[in-house]
Design a binder for this molecule. Structure first.
Ligand code: NAD
Length: 395
């Protein structure tokens, strides 16, 4: 079949196998060109390994540090008639490239929040690569079923305390209108913390530690976004921000519990980037379109792979990591640069439907969005008739 993008709102419901593979190859080539991560990890578990920041972490570990990797993701396999999800094709491409390079690479496809997938992971590690020296926690999910009670919680993207009205770009129609988001109630706040807070990260580390599968000095990181004034009402100081604050609590508790093996848990603050998770957040597409315009002009714009490359080299495996006063690793400093933010804030009130393509980098945002699903990648023949079926041997 000839595969063209089918975009529905903030998601693309299909993906291009060759385009996804080319994206993975591009990130691998970037990582190899950057050279070895000195003192990098050797046995890595990436929870949320198939797209965005988790995929970039897996690639950096494997191709920057020759690490064996076990990944966990939740992706839709392809059939003869339907494409798989982008993360499915990314995983196929990663597994094959890593194995070609002589590295161990296995992937478990299932609900990382469940006991079943945790148990499967422990069993696979025991029979395979053994103890882990880096655990990357990079899940982004709108819901979570508590494994103990069976109750399902949904996260919401809402402000706290009072409603918030702001400009929003409809990426389907390119209309810019004010949207008002009503404040979350207490239950919605608690539910969002339950989904995107630190509880599941702690369950993973407890399970690995309990099974003696963490090596001496093991490190674990979970990813967060803080942002600045423009995004605080809907992110940093909103329901998702509350959930992310809970990661700080979990990091402290985990570091305490890992002290016996000299281990450490750190929250890592990353830049706003187009991923399947972030494109679903109101206001973010417009904010990112402006941000990319400003950062590209400054020559400081980065993608997931650049960010994770710097996270590994400048923070996790550095003797002089960049830390904030809460002990978090920071690689969002170029986005939060005062001049960059001042320029973004100056553009924000001026954007309208007429000047969108001129004063913002919406074109770059759109291209990054389509690339997530393997579309618009250089060197890929999009008129080729190809089968959507790609085999991945998930564990
Ligand atoms: P993403 O949507 O690209 O990746 C999410 C990953 O989680 C995928 O691998 C997916 O398969 C996996 N996943 C989702 N639900 C799962 C489940 N139930 N079981 C197993 N796997 C599951 O998202 P992303 O933007 O890379 O986000 C990763 C982390 O980085 C999140 O914590 C996010 O908040 C954080 N972060 C993102 C940004 C950004 O701008 N994108 C910025 C800073 C921090």
């Amino acid at each position: 079949m000839i595969i063209k993008p089918k975009v529905r709102g903030f998601i693309c419901i299909n993906a291009h196998p060759a385009g996804c593979a080319a994206n993975v190859d591009e990130q691998i080539a970037f990582t190899k060109a950057k050279g070895e991560v000195t003192g990098g990890p050797k046995n890595v578990l990436v929870i949320g390994c198939s797209t965005g920041y988790g995929l970039a972490s897996r690639i950096t570990a494997a191709f920057g540090s020759s690490a064996n990797t076990l990944g966990v993701c939740f992706e839709k396999p392809s059939t003869d008639r339907k494409t798989g999800s982008a993360g499915y094709y990314n995983t196929a491409a990663f597994d094959s490239a890593a194995r070609d390079a002589g590295l161990y690479s296995e992937t478990i496809n299932g609900d990382a929040f469940s006991d079943e997938i945790k148990d499967k992971t422990l069993a696979l590690l025991k029979g395979g690569i053994g103890k882990i020296d880096l655990v990357v926690y990079s899940l982004a999910s709108p819901r979570r079923t508590d494994p103990k009670t069976g109750e399902t919680f949904n996260s919401v993207l809402k402000p706290i305390g009072q409603g918030y009205t702001a400009k929003n770009l409809n990426t389907d129609t390119l209309k810019i209108t004010d949207i008002t988001v009503e404040p979350a109630n207490d239950e919605e706040i608690a539910d969002t913390v339950k989904v995107m807070g630190g509880e599941d990260w702690e369950l993973w580390i407890d399970a690995l530690k309990g099974a003696d599968l963490l090596s001496e000095g093991c490190k674990t990181v979970a990813y967060t976004y803080l942002g600045d004034k423009l995004t605080w009402p809907i992110y940093g100081r909103a329901t998702i921000g509350k959930a992310k604050e809970d990661l700080d609590r979990a990091a402290a508790a985990l570091t305490e519990s890992l002290s016996g093996i000299g281990g450490e848990a750190k929250v890592s603050v990353l830049k706003a980037l187009v991923t399947q998770a972030s494109s679903a957040i109101p206001i973010m597409p417009l904010y990112m379109s402006i941000l990319f315009k400003v950062m590209k002009a400054e020559g400081t714009d980065e993608h997931c792979i650049d960010q994770i490359q710097r996270l590994f080299k400048e923070c996790i495996f550095s003797d002089t990591p960049r830390l904030d006063d809460q002990g978090r690793f920071r690689v969002d400093e170029l986005e939060l640069n005062l001049e960059v933010q001042a320029k973004v804030e100056a553009i924000w009130p001026k954007v309208n439907e007429e000047n969108l393509l001129e004063v913002t980098d919406y074109a770059g945002y759109r291209s990054d969005f389509l690339k997530l699903f393997g579309f618009g990648v250089d060197g890929v023949d999009y008129d080729a008739d190809l089968s959507p079926m790609v085999e991945v041997e998930f564990k």
